[in-house]
Design a protein around this ligand. Structure first.
Ligand code: AMP
Ligand code: GLY
Length: 425
């Protein structure tokens, strides 16, 4: 009971992190900035301007904070971890330089190439190479994948199955919808996707239960890409031998390479993996932080002193035997979204039924795009709630999760009905 922790963020992922931190034997106190109405049930909220490192540092100094945990990609990409470290505090989260594994697809692909990490063949085009990018996209085999070379909230990737789509994707990305960072164009990887999280101090690491996200908005993986519509863990697709391959071919060379180049990665390295029908992994993407909504499922099956684990990673003293890889059964998280997401959607619908859903002791409702209006809980985002259930089998976790989803009401409620269906059908 010694860590005084400040967690930064306000989504469903941070709600899950807050819940795991607050029950950790090593956690003496947890603050969350800015948090949300669900996180307020677990911890004390503080209204800091998280874009301003001085504000965050002042809070750390005034409150004797021992560890800062940064949830989302934006502050990491902007260098918040560096500024807090420079102020003398321990941080779980990568430096701005290491966070480029996520904030720049081009940096990430170049790093994988240098370190020999398996990934799709690619070419990188700068903000002034629009014509070259168009030419390359036109003559590439189909499908071809066009990615914006900067942060785009999970929406900067187009898998084009026709030349017209490929050209339109490149054109759109050069029109400045997201910014002017150029594009990466790469080959299409065939297989099934999984998310593997490595908690690392830059040298040592532990992996958590592999998860599978559901990125498309519609059942049967149809419609647009989203931030993620649901997840489950552990994903049977990632067998022990697939996980061994991910460790040896992806995590270890990546951590070693970044460390040797003077940009060690400290925090959670999110490995987005495509597993082919031979069980061979290739990297689809890296993220510099926990996945959302995978975290809501992964932490539900993790038995560990999460506060101690993050603190040891932040301090360069991660003990690889802190946790075993044995998961506590299965967990399924179904995201309740707002109709229209990932495009425009209405806000302000009144949410009811959460207590009823959580009457099942195996169910936890994580809050994402929610707010308070008077005494009402209302929707304020595209992804509103994450309904997680545990079970001794995946089927049981899925059944409990969907039963709980039905108890929650709001006028714009929308969700996928097939989370984890591929794994247990
Ligand atoms: P990313 O943000 O890079 O993870 O891309 C979003 C989604 O697009 C991924 O989760 C995949 O479903 C898909 N995707 C991205 N790159 C590829 C690729 N090279 N081959 C096949 N699918 C891809
Ligand atoms: N669920 C995908 C992500 O967090 O990027």
């Amino acid at each position: 009971m010694n860590e005084r922790i400040l967690l930064i963020g306000s989504g469903g992922r941070e709600h899950a992190l807050a819940k795991a931190l607050v029950v950790s034997p090593s956690c003496a106190k947890l603050w969350v900035a800015p948090g949300n109405p669900g996180i307020a049930r677990e911890a004390e909220l503080v209204s800091l301007n998280i874009g301003n490192a001085d504000d965050v540092l002042r809070f750390c100094q005034n409150n004797d904070v021992s560890l800062v945990v940064i949830g989302p990609e934006q502050p990491l990409a902007e260098g918040l971890a560096d500024e807090i470290r420079a102020g003398g505090f321990d941080v779980f989260g990568p430096s701005k330089a290491a966070a480029q594994v996520e904030s720049s697809k081009g940096f990430s692909k170049d790093a994988m190439q240098r370190f020999g990490v398996p990934t799709a063949p690619y070419r990188r085009f700068t903000s002034t190479q629009r014509d070259e990018a168009l030419m390359y996209a036109k003559q590439h085999d189909l499908p071809v994948v066009v990615k914006y070379d900067g942060l785009a909230a999970g929406k900067g990737v187009v898998v084009a199955t026709t030349r017209e789509e490929a050209v339109a994707a490149v054109t759109d990305m050069y029109e400045g919808v997201f910014g002017d960072d150029g594009v990466v164009i790469e080959g299409f990887l065939v297989g099934q996707e999984a998310s593997v999280f490595a908690i690392t101090d830059g040298t040592h690491y532990v992996t958590l239960a592999p998860a599978q996200d559901h990125k498309r908005v519609g059942d049967g993986d149809t419609g647009k890409n989203t931030g993620g519509m649901g997840a489950y863990a552990p994903a049977p697709l990632v067998t022990p031998s697939v996980l061994d391959a991910v460790r040896a071919l992806v995590i270890e060379p990546m951590l070693r390479g970044l460390r040797e180049e003077g940009t060690p990665f400290v925090g959670c390295l999110y490995c987005g993996i495509m597993v082919d029908d031979q069980g061979r992994p290739s990297v689809v993407e890296f993220n510099a932080r926990f996945g959302d909504p995978e975290t809501q499922a992964v932490l539900a099956v993790l038995e560990a002193d999460v506060a101690a684990l993050f603190a040891s990673a932040a301090r360069g003293s991660l003990n690889e035997s802190t946790i075993s890889n044995v998961a506590l059964g299965y967990a399924c998280n179904v995201v309740l979204a707002s109709q229209g997401y990932p495009d425009a959607y209405e806000k302000g619908a009144v949410i009811t039924g959460i207590d009823d859903a959580e009457a099942d002791p195996y169910v936890t409702v994580f809050f994402a795009g929610t707010g308070q209006r008077g005494n009402d809980l209302i929707t304020t985002g595209g992804r509103v709630l994450g309904v997680t259930a545990r079970g001794t089998t995946l089927e049981e976790a899925v059944r409990r999760s969907y039963a709980a989803c039905e108890k929650i009401s709001y006028s714009t409620k929308m969700y996928r009905t097939d989370i984890a269906a591929r794994a247990h059908s």
